[in-house]
Design a binder for this molecule. Structure first.
Ligand code: ZN
Length: 49
């Protein structure tokens, strides 16, 4: 398991909650925000669950 607190990028329409998600890891620091941002969950993170 590599679940973490929800985070998202202001440039993406989804949020992430898995430290192994490559999309989540590629978010640049300046675009990174904590929480879901009211977005839907990233498909990749859902698969990793
Ligand atoms: Zn993700």
């Amino acid at each position: 398991m590599a679940r973490t607190a929800a985070f998202h990028s202001i440039k993406q329409h989804v949020y992430h909650d898995n430290t192994k998600c490559t999309e989540g890891n590629n978010i640049e620091k300046e675009n990174l925000r904590s929480g879901t941002g009211g977005k839907t969950k990233c498909a990749h993170c859902s698969k990793l669950d």
